[in-house]
Design a protein around this ligand. Structure first.
Ligand SMILES: Cc1cc2nc3c(=O)[nH]c(=O)nc-3n(C[C@H](O)[C@H](O)[C@H](O)COP(=O)(O)OP(=O)(O)OC[C@H]3O[C@@H](n4cnc5c(N)ncnc54)[C@H](O)[C@@H]3O)c2cc1C
Ligand code: SF4
Length: 328
C-alpha cells in the first residue's frame, strides 16, 4: 500500500476543499477503496473521510425520499419508509455482500464501487480500465461474469452494485456537489458505458462529492428485486432484475425494468418497457418484450448463457408480479 494522509471532513464544504487537493479521494466505508489500495490498484495521496456527512433519510416536500450519501447500506435496507414504499431497494441491498460489509458500506461508496473483473485486480494482466491502452485480457479469457450489453473492444466489465440496479428502476436522482455548485443527475445517466475509455465510469467531475440519492413519490403497482448468482449468498450477480409492474384490467399500465450484472452500468431495459406498455399482461407478451430487449445483447464465449437467463428472469418475474395483482 502506498503512503497516504487521512483527513476527516466536518461538512460538505470542507470535503470539497480537501477533495480538491491533488491525489485526493473520498472515503466512505472503505470496503472497496481500501481493498483496491491494498492491491495497489488505487493510490490516493489524501483520503477524505466523508462518513460523518449526509447521514439522514428524510421525506421530501413532494412525498419522495432523500437518502444521504453517508447512510450505511444496512440503515437504508432497515428504514421503515424504504421497506414500505420501495421494498425492492431494501431487497437489492440485502441481496448484496454480507451483513458486516453492509454495516460499513455507504450509499455514495456503493454507487462508485468498481468492477469485479478478475483481470482488473491482477496487475500482471492486461486491463484497459486499470492501465489504459494495455489491452483487455477478459475478451478472450475468463468472461463468465462479463457484459452482454453496451460493451466495447476496450472493456467488457460489468458494474457490480445491486443497489444501483434498484435505483435505476426507481428513476432515482443522484445529487452531487462540486466546485461549480450542486447538480442532480438521473441514476440512469450517472454511470457510463466503457467505449474507448473504460477508466471513466461515471459523469462525475474531478472533486465532485455525492451528497444524496432521491426517490420519486409514486412507485406504482408491485415490485421485486431478484438476483441469480453462483452461490445463494455472498456472490455478485450473474444477472439481476429490478422490476416494477402495474396491471389494470389485464393490461400493463406502468413498467420499469433494470438489469444488473449485464453491462458497465445498471441496464434500463427501455426496449422491453416500450413493448410492454399497453400490452396484455400475459406470459407471451412478457417473453416478446424480453426478446425485444435482448435482441441487442452480445455474448462472449463464457457468458452467452446470460442472454437466455435474462429472458427467463424477466418473464418469470413479470408473471409473478402480474399474478400478485390479479389476486387483489
Ligand atoms: C467480499 C465482498 C462482497 C461484496 N458483495 C457485493 C454484492 O454482492 N453486491 C454489491 O452490490 N456489492 C457487493 N460488495 C461491494 C460493496 O457493496 C461495496 O464495497 C460498498 O458498497 C462500497 O461502499 P463504501 O462506502 O465502503 O465505499 P468505499 O470503498 O469507501 O468507496 C468506494 C468508492 O466511492 C468513492 N466515494 C465514497 N463515498 C463517496 C461520496 N460521497 N462521493 C464521491 N465519492 C465517494 C470512493 O472514493 C471510492 O472511489 C461486496 C464487497 C465485498 C468486499
Ligand atoms: S473487461 Fe474491463 S476491467 Fe476487465 S480486463 Fe477488460 S478492460 Fe479490464
Amino acid at each position: 500500500m502506498n503512503p497516504f494522509t487521512y483527513e476527516r471532513a466536518a461538512d460538505a464544504q470542507a470535503a470539497l476543499t480537501l477533495g480538491a487537493r491533488p491525489g485526493a479521494k473520498y472515503l466512505g466505508g472503505g470496503t472497496n477503496l481500501v481493498d483496491l489500495m491494498r492491491e495497489t490498484i488505487e493510490h490516493p495521496v489524501v483520503l477524505v473521510d466523508v462518513t460523518r456527512l449526509s447521514r439522514e433519510i428524510a421525506e421530501t416536500d413532494d412525498g419522495g425520499l432523500r437518502i444521504g450519501a453517508g447512510v450505511k447500506n444496512t440503515a437504508v435496507a432497515a428504514d421503515r419508509l424504504v421497506r414500505e414504499r420501495y421494498p425492492l431497494l431494501a431487497e437489492s441491498i440485502l441481496a448484496g455482500a454480507s451483513a458486516q460489509i453492509r454495516n460499513m458500506a455507504t450509499v455514495g461508496g456503493n454507487l462508485l464501487q468498481r468492477t469485479r473483473c478478475g483481470y482488473f485486480y491482477d496487475d500482471a494482466a492486461h486491463c484497459n480500465k486499470r492501465a489504459p491502452g494495455s489491452g483487455c485480457d477478459a475478451l478472450d479469457g475468463f468472461n463468465r461474469m462479463h457484459a452482454i450489453f453496451g460493451a466495447s473492444e476496450a472493456c467488457v466489465a460489468t458494474h457490480p452494485s445491486d443497489m444501483a440496479v434498484a435505483l435505476a428502476a426507481l428513476d432515482a436522482m443522484v445529487t452531487v456537489e462540486g466546485p461549480q455548485g450542486a447538480r442532480d443527475i438521473p441514476l440512469t445517466d450517472f454511470h457510463v458505458l466503457p467505449g474507448d475509455t473504460p477508466q471513466i465510469e461515471t459523469v462525475l467531475a474531478a472533486g465532485e462529492l455525492i451528497t444524496a440519492v432521491t426517490l420519486p413519490p409514486d412507485v406504482r403497482g408491485r415490485s421485486r428485486y431478484r438476483k441469480v448468482r453462483d452461490r445463494a449468498s455472498y456472490a455478485f450477480a450473474l444477472v439481476s432484475l429490478a422490476a416494477v409492474l402495474e396491471v389494470q384490467d389485464g393490461v400493463v399500465k406502468y413498467v420499469r425494468l433494470a438489469l444488473g450484472g449485464v453491462a458497465h452500468k445498471p441496464w434500463r431495459a427501455k426496449a422491453a418497457e416500450a413493448a410492454l406498455l399497453g400490452a396484455p399482461a400475459t406470459e407471451a407478451a412478457f417473453r416478446q418484450a424480453a426478446q425485444a430487449e435482448l435482441a441487442s445483447a452480445r455474448g462472449l464465449q463464457g457468458n452467452a448463457f446470460k442472454i437466455g437467463l435474462s429472458e427467463r428472469l424477466i418473464v418469470d418475474t413479470l408473471v409473478k408480479l402480474a399474478a400478485l395483482q390479479e389476486q387483489r
